[in-house]
Ligand binder design. Structure first.
Ligand code: DP6
Length: 331
């Protein structure tokens, strides 16, 4: 029996990944840059065992079957092939935040699963290779392997190089950033990111415009981050989120609810009042407000008062995925 337990955190993209390259392999169509968040976490244990007839996946105490379990098995299959190990696995995972509602549970989930599976199988892979494995299941997960500010850039992929992992571009203390996660719904989203991207690519008249715009926004955001220019970074982050959603909305892919719109207006109001506040929204209805630690209390008070904002979680840049328990024994 070989078992490994990993803790990973979600990340929030400042410049968004939305859309995939043709040709399979889950390669993003555009570069992205995220911040890994402390506070929220996924804890996943993988155990490979000869006693198991099939993979089993338990999420938040409930056994999951069907497509979600198959997605877990596909990652495990890649690990089994690499390790020459045919044993099935027991995967037990727990999120301390709502699953599948746009709070990036697939990012922390697949990051934790990838690292736990690789270590439980006894593979001595480096971080880039584990990140590449996570990316094949969910591209945003590639970024949660690392802490701080993390880039996933498909333009680094050449035909000779088949590993595309994320890289850390700045440590968590690089910027005194606070991220306020304004939760506007407790329900699971109707359409996942993978489906949302597919429909956007197929039907949006603005998908091409997004593909042209995203890399430029990404470069500006990256430079602003490295220069510790919070204002410039915030503008690019908000522009990236709005451009991504505009292209999706034009295809009928609407993740927002009324509170999302009100929260975005509140953030613009804060800025008009001279505060450092910018918004980003992933494939769900929640609004994440980027602010400086010095302004966070005031911004948080305003966001809590927005009708439809159910709660506000205050987080900040955090660490990458890490093994917290490991056990190797001949079975
Ligand atoms: C809006 O990584 O969930 O959060 O690769 O199909 O699993 P798949 O998609 P996923 O998409 C994340 C989309 C996003 C933006 C981002 O995190 O960059």
């Amino acid at each position: 029996m070989s078992r490994s337990t990993v803790v990973a955190h979600p990340n929030i993209a400042l410049s968004k990944y939305w859309g995939k390259r043709d040709g399979g392999g889950n390669v993003p169509a555009v570069p992205s840059l995220s911040v890994t968040l402390e506070g929220m976490s996924t804890r996943t244990t993988v155990r490979f065992g000869e006693d198991l007839a099939a993979d089993r996946f338990v999420l938040d105490g409930v056994e999951v079957r069907g497509e979600a379990r198959d997605r877990v098995s596909q990652l495990l299959d890649r690990v089994r092939v690499a390790a020459g190990d045919e044993r099935r696995a027991d995967v037990v995972s727990r999120n301390d935040f709502p699953t599948a509602s746009g709070l990036a549970s697939s990012a922390s989930g697949f990051a934790a699963l990838a690292l736990a599976a690789v270590r439980a199988a006894g593979l001595d892979w480096d971080a880039a290779r584990v990140s590449d494995l996570a990316r094949r299941s969910s591209a945003s997960a590639a970024r949660s392997l690392f802490g701080g500010f993390v880039e996933l850039d498909p333009r680094r992929l050449t035909s000779d190089l088949d590993v595309l992992g994320a890289v850390c571009v700045a440590p968590s203390l690089h910027l005194d950033l606070a991220v306020l996660v304004c939760v506007t719904s407790e329900h699971a989203k109707a359409l996942g990111s993978t489906g949302g991207m597919r429909v956007t690519a197929e039907r949006s008249p603005y998908y091409r415009a997004w593909l042209d715009e995203a890399p430029q926004l990404h470069e500006r955001l990256r430079s602003a981050l490295l220069a510790r220019d919070f204002e410039a970074m915030g503008y690019c982050a908000e522009a990236s989120a709005l451009a991504m959603h505009a292209s999706a909305i034009a295809a009928g892919v609407v993740y927002w609810n009324a509170a999302t719109v009100d929260a975005l207006a509140a953030v613009r109001g804060l800025r008009a009042g001279g505060l450092a506040a910018f918004a980003t929204v992933d494939a769900g209805p929640h609004v994440k407000v980027l602010t400086l630690a010095s302004d966070a209390a005031t911004v948080e008070r305003t966001m809590r008062a927005v009708p439809g904002v159910l709660r506000v979680l205050r987080t900040r840049p955090g660490d990458g995925a890490r093994v917290v328990e490991r056990e190797d024994a001949a079975s």
